[in-house]
Design a protein. Structure first.
Length: 217
């Protein structure tokens, strides 16, 4: 893969990626999150509804020698299990018990990886997740549902080695206009939810092979 260009959308003008920092409640836990998609980075920079302009920072990542876990190459169930380690899709006792079993069955040990690559769990993702753990979504339509969400692919820098190979471009920072890109972010979510709901309500959703039945195999 060699050297790749990645973008970090943020409200912050000054960003210093630091090993060991970050929020464990984010999709793949602690780490520094970026994307190859510049337009998505712009939207993510102003996704908080506060009228403030955001920033996109441009980085180069030398992937030589890095162990990269790409969830696009794994089962969608493994990706969901990874998110369940860090983010709650529901608040019930039933969910907590089933999520633990789901992680045990489908989860991947990510400890040996320098970088994790996979979809970003945006607002529309949580619509899917909540319906899935309520047994309202058949596994047969799950991947198609996620593709409708426009979730975007993100990279999470995890290891000290990966941080050492990540460098910000000197002139690669620019401002993002809130009034232009926050509506785009919101419209993407509205459109995704509408398409998702149509599929969930369609005859393609047999609702036979669902969250809880996956654990009975």
């Amino acid at each position: 893969m060699g050297e790749i260009t990645l973008f970090h959308g943020t409200p912050d003008k000054v960003v210093v990626p630091t090993y060991g920092m970050g929020n464990d409640k984010h999709d793949y836990g602690k780490g520094f999150y970026l994307t190859e998609n510049l337009e998505l980075a712009k939207e993510w920079a102003v996704c908080i509804p506060n009228d403030n302009n955001g920033w996109v920072h441009t980085f180069k990542l030398d992937t030589t020698g890095l162990r990269i876990l790409d969830f696009q190459e794994k089962s969608v169930l493994s990706w969901l299990a990874e998110l369940m380690k860090h983010r709650n899709a529901a608040d019930s006792k039933r969910y907590r018990m089933l999520a633990k079993k789901f992680i045990e069955k489908y989860g991947i040990n990510t400890n040996g990886y320098d970088v994790i690559k996979g979809w970003r769990a945006n607002a529309s993702y949580f619509y899917i997740a909540k319906e899935f753990v309520r047994d309202n979504i058949d596994i047969a339509i799950l991947e198609e549902l996620l593709s409708l969400g426009g979730l975007g692919i993100q990279y999470c820098i995890k290891s000290e080695l990966a941080y050492s190979k990540l460098h910000e471009e000197k002139n690669g920072m620019f401002s993002v206009n809130y009034d232009e890109f926050n509506p785009k972010y919101n419209q993407r979510d509205v459109t995704a939810r509408r398409k998702m709901k149509e599929l969930v309500d369609s005859d393609a959703n047999k609702v036979t092979n669902v969250f809880s039945t996956l654990l009975e195999r």
